[in-house]
Design a protein around this ligand. Sequence first.
Ligand SMILES: *Cc1c(COP(=O)(O)O)cnc(C)c1O
Length: 451
Amino acid sequence: MTDANAALRARDLQVFWHPCTQMKDHETLPLIPIRRARGVWLEDYDGRRYLDAISSWWVNLFGHGHPHIDARIRDQLDTLAHVITAGFTHEPAVTLAERLIARAPPGLGRVFYAENGSAAVEIALKMSFHAWRNQGRTRKTRFVALTGGYHGETLGALAVGSVELYRETYGPLLMPTLQAPSPDCYLRAEGESWESHSRRMLEPMAALLEAQHAEICAVIIEPLVQCAGHMRMHHPAYLSGLRALCDRYQVHLIADEIAVGFGRTGTFFACEQAGITPDFLCVGKGLTGGYLPLSAVLTTDAIYQCFYDDYTTLRAFLHSHSYTGNALGCAAALATLDLFEQRPVLDDNRALAAHLARALVPLTEHPHVGEVRQTGLIAAVEMTPCGDRRSHYPWQERRGLRVYRHGLTRGVLLRPLGNVVYFMPPYVTTAEEIDLMVQVAREGIALATAG
Ligand SMILES: *Cc1c(COP(=O)(O)O)cnc(C)c1O
């Protein structure tokens, strides 16, 4: 067998330290060098193809090499790639802000740009704290996060996350935060509905806010799906209840829609399913269609006004990144928004999500599947030893990795989170491609749970 990938693989292992990877794994697990990608297919140097069932880490909405996004970026490149955005501005950044505001829940009128999701989360946290400070509420210094939440990898974002391994490792570096139990419906009682469980989880949140609201700046949440925390899902009733609690106790609500925004859950933003407007809305990932690093924080005029004053009051927001409002990134984002206007994307997604749900039905009966759950175009299959929601495979067994390996042999990129095999396909995936990814996942799950 020829292996045109081998040369690049060898060079890679000499110099490239990969994200979220125990590099020693690559002594036995071959890296996959990708030469090009078109639509939902990635292709290596041997011409082997891989179906991108996870949208290249949840960023790619309309496929790779999309002609409209490609063209819009090329056009932008002809006029302006990037310029400082302190004191200067440019048309793509202004238009993108206008169009994001038009798409967002009512009441969000200001856009602050950053370069990745973690930075957007840092900005929302700082802005919330600083807005209270500018109002003389200097005791408000703490944040409430949910168990199972994930908000990125920088220290502030990690502090409001609760992925156990991260907390164990970096705990001594993290600011102390308050934790409330997640509305995660995997943990519901036997026979309890999603809605009832999610509503019940508002009670400990209410108690926490009641007791400590004077010190709390904001609550941060991933609306509807805690993605990195094993694709755990909750009912929109939790979001509307949480909005009401935040209003009652004068605490900001930060909605981190970095993974779930842009049509992923069935509505353009997940918050819409609860009819709420957060005080801060963080977007990233799919914002540029998976092309370029760009993120943004949308906020209200009320927050903006907390900072708007004479220079000498020193109330201005203190934050900048070198590439804030990068013009190429804004062009890619504008092209992505165009695609939502050119086709009824949300309707198409609903049809594709229904197809995905049908394809997954056989897995619900599998003896080692504890649950199959779905919200829009996110579906997850929880592998458990007894096929219930209480038993767990020890993480050391790395059963998800077996599914990943099987997927690669069959030309499908699946990347389970622990024992959870999930699908987060690009919106342009066909019904046949959905069937293929589910079929390969079924085979992988059978292998991974056999003994
Ligand atoms: C991925 C993610 C982030 C972090 O975004 P990066 O661009 O990887 O820094 C933050 N929040 C959520 C919900 C995410 O899924």
